[in-house]
Design a protein around this ligand. Sequence first.
Ligand SMILES: O=c1ccn([C@@H]2O[C@H](COP(=O)(O)O)[C@@H](O)[C@H]2O)c(=O)[nH]1
Length: 237
Amino acid sequence: MTSAPIAVALDAPDLETAAHWASVVTPHVSTVKVGLELYLRYGPEVIASVRGASGVQVFLDLKLHDIPNTVAGAARAVARLRPAILTVHAAGGPAMIRAAVEALPDTRIAAVTVLTSLSAADLHGIGLEGSPDDAVRRLATLAVGAGAQALVCSPREVAAVRAEVGPDITLITPGVRPAGSATQDQARVATPERALADGADLLVIGRPITGAADPGAAAAGIAAALRRALTSTGRDA
Ligand SMILES: O=c1ccn([C@@H]2O[C@H](COP(=O)(O)O)[C@@H](O)[C@H]2O)c(=O)[nH]1
């Protein structure tokens, strides 16, 4: 049985908890995601702890955003950790994205378009006119033109982004909530089944799994629902 295209966000307060979550979800999911909370607290050692013996794919979600030279240096600094995916902010511009891509040829550079926590009103508040959909598509096109092999967007925009960038770019969607789950600080959300049907390749799911009484069972349940959805649409399960 292949593991489900889910990256579990290991946003844990300590290394033991993160390693425990990783060990119980890795039988069911393809990827674990290390973000700022864990990486800034523990540094590079966190990667080996969550990768464990399973060799699960590690997604390093550092959302780099700086001048091109600094981002290239930061990307080179994590090369020895062999992340499968590293994030940068698309708003850093094409030269910055290209610098990351060239610095880390063996890692998929994923450009974050518009954070899934931002609503249309939030975008207006920071001076970005137009809908989130427009901003996401604009940044997606820019990032792919600069060499990004993957994009991060919400499941609400994933169909439009897929239509814009074609089949070869990996589309990653946080803001995924099983039906009936709390949205918490996420503004643009959809269910796992919807995200997949609309063209997402990898679903980022954190608290609906890690906040469950049994994170392993929660991951297994969402993975099984996704497999059913994939089978019913004739995609690989
Ligand atoms: O636009 C973005 C980019 C990254 N994230 C990250 O994904 C997870 C989501 O966790 P949940 O608990 O499922 O909300 C988290 O690590 C974020 O840093 C995002 O949410 N939105």
